[in-house]
Structure formats: structure tokens, C-alpha cells
Design a protein around this ligand. Structure first.
Ligand code: SF4
Ligand code: SF4
Length: 108
């Protein structure tokens, strides 16, 4: 809970919904970081670092959205200050998985 409150609008994880090929059944796909490193390489301010997780230095981020454009999984979101935010899986123990009231999330 990086933001200190339960607020879906501030969640770093997002889930996209779409219809199957027949346009009938709705499907869901998570937008999560796969540690490809493209945002790190392309950030003009060197604001993103990657170890076993991704981290954004908000002192350096200028909100240019280059990371959003290059991310293959649409894992980048922006906070209310226009700074890039990326799910870091809460260091491997995602709290969203723990607290989801419908047990709709899992992490492997
Ligand atoms: S939005 Fe911020 S983190 Fe993303 S590429 Fe631009 S400066 Fe870097
Ligand atoms: S946020 Fe996107 S571009 Fe950056 S490392 Fe993760 S998957 Fe790659």
C-alpha cells in the first residue's frame, strides 16, 4: 500500500477488460511489469532503476510519458502529480492479492 490508503484510482496494478474473438465473453488481463528494461533505457532523465524490481525516482521524473509509450505491457501509470508509477509487486508480497475481498488476484 504505497499510497497509504485504499484507493483503486491510485492502484499501480491495472486490469484491462476485453471481449473474446466472438465478442461474447469478457476477459481480463493484468498490466504488470515484466522487467524488460525498456523504460530504463529510454527515460531521458535516468529516473527509473531496475534491480529485481522497478523503481522511479520522482525527484528526477518530469512526466514526459516516454516510459508509457515504450512499455510493452502497459504497466506504467501516472499519479496525480504527473509522475510515473510502476507496480513493484510490494517486494514480492503484493498487498492487493492479500486484501482483495473476492480473492480475484493471485501472484506466482
Ligand atoms: S515519465 Fe518520468 S520516468 Fe517516465 S520516461 Fe519520462 S521522466 Fe522518465
Ligand atoms: S515498466 Fe514496462 S517498460 Fe518498464 S521494465 Fe516494466 S515492462 Fe518493461
Amino acid at each position: 500500500m504505497h499510497e497509504g490508503e485504499y484507493a483503486p484510482s491510485k492502484a499501480r496494478l491495472s486490469v484491462e477488460s476485453y471481449y473474446d474473438d466472438h465478442g461474447r465473453d469478457i476477459k481480463y488481463k493484468e498490466a504488470i511489469c515484466i522487467l524488460c528494461g525498456l523504460c530504463v533505457k529510454n527515460c531521458p532523465k535516468e529516473a527509473i532503476t531496475m534491480t529485481d524490481k522497478i523503481a522511479v525516482d520522482h525527484e528526477k521524473c518530469i512526466g514526459c510519458k516516454t516510459c508509457l509509450k515504450v512499455c510493452p505491457t502497459k504497466a506504467v501509470r501516472y499519479n496525480e502529480k504527473g509522475k510515473s508509477v510502476i507496480c513493484d509487486t510490494c517486494d514480492g508480497a503484493p498487498i492487493c492479492v492479500e486484501i482483495c475481498p473476492h480473492s480475484a488476484l493471485s501472484y506466482k
